[in-house]
Design a protein around this ligand. Structure first.
Ligand code: NCD
Length: 320
């Protein structure tokens, strides 16, 4: 039996990778594979979510995540509404919970939520009747990003087990780093974090990672190099002396990449700041950069998440 038929996804919401079992992660990745095929076909439209309403509720800016959730919902035949805080009553002082209760009264089936505060999406999920997907909450988690990263790696390397993955840059402010650490360690990869001491959260080693402050030491013999953006919007004060200095010591260029495995793959969740955390040529290296594939995998993974969570809604609806 494949994971897809023997494992149940026993969660009403997808709030984080923490707490997902390796079987549940595999189930989502396996299901995503079929949606890659659907997204590459001329006819991309299915009817699985016919009659379902998905609301994208974004309190922070987004290009990839919001668009791919919208495409994912539409490709599965659902009705998708996009709401951003800029043009909603949040601007008029409405609280997160009041906004959630208002939307809940319109009977959505899934709320996809991004919010600048860690924990806000969980709080919201406790107030509504529908399924909630965390599209990034503060510095806490971004589960669909880690799933799409895992899918992109698995398709190139066959498995995550035994790989050495170096996550480099602004670890402190990165929900992508946290979700990836949970996922990769659960799936048997060795994870390193590489950052200047000012951008390393205290006690990060308790997450089961090896910690490096020197890029060459951290990249040595690794299979995957995952670069992160300097998230200045979350910084109060200055965490790096200057952008030039940051690039010199922590920016990924061919000189630093030399110590990684010769076939090491380069990843970045986007948006990229070329010349800050990554050299332009390295980012565009068609043989080694997975960055475009990551975006493609994003739609498939989000289709799989919408599929799984609405299946769970169905069984609850049948039971009541
Ligand atoms: C990331 C995010 O929003 O956390 N982007 C994304 O979802 N692709 C990373 C970032 O903003 O740097």
């Amino acid at each position: 039996m494949t994971a897809a038929t023997s494992v149940r996804f026993a969660h009403r919401h997808l709030l984080g990778v923490e707490g997902l079992s390796p079987d549940e992660i595999t189930l989502l990745l396996d299901l995503s594979e079929s949606y890659i095929k659907q997204s590459r076909a001329a006819d991309k439209k299915a009817t699985l979510l016919r009659g379902r309403t998905i609301i994208n509720l974004f309190f922070e800016s987004s290009t990839r995540t919001r668009t791919s959730f919208e495409l994912a919902g539409k490709r599965l035949g659902g009705d998708v509404i996009n709401m951003s805080a800029e043009v909603s009553s949040v601007k008029k002082g409405e609280t997160l919970i009041d906004t959630a209760m208002t939307l809940n009264a319109m009977h959505p089936d899934v709320l996809v939520v991004r919010h600048p505060d860690s924990g806000a999406v969980k709080l919201l999920s406790e107030k509504v009747n529908c399924a909630v997907i965390n599209a990034g909450d503060g510095t806490h988690e971004h589960p669909t990003q880690a799933l799409l990263d895992a899918l992109a790696i698995r398709r190139r390397r066959g498995s995550l087990q035994g790989l050495t993955v170096a996550i480099c840059g602004d670890i402190m402010h990165s929900r992508v780093a946290r979700s990836n650490i949970h996922l990769l360690t659960a799936m048997g990869a060795r994870v390193r974090v590489v950052a200047p001491p000012t951008l390393l959260p205290a006690c990060i080693d308790r997450m089961g990672v090896e910690v490096f402050t020197d890029m060459r030491a951290g990249l040595r013999d690794c299979d995957i190099v995952m670069m992160l953006r300097l998230q200045t919007e979350r910084m109060q004060g200055s965490f790096v002396p200057s952008i030039r200095e940051y690039f010199r010591f922590y920016g990924l260029d061919y000189a630093k990449l030399e110590v990684a495995k010769p076939d090491a793959l380069i990843m970045h969740p986007g948006p990229m700041n070329r010349g800050v955390e990554i050299d332009s040529e390295v980012a565009d290296d068609i043989d080694r950069s997975l960055i475009r594939e990551q975006v493609e995998m994003g739609v498939a993974v989000r289709m799989a998440c919408l599929d799984i969570l609405t299946r769970n809604l169905q069984s609850n609806e049948a039971a009541t």
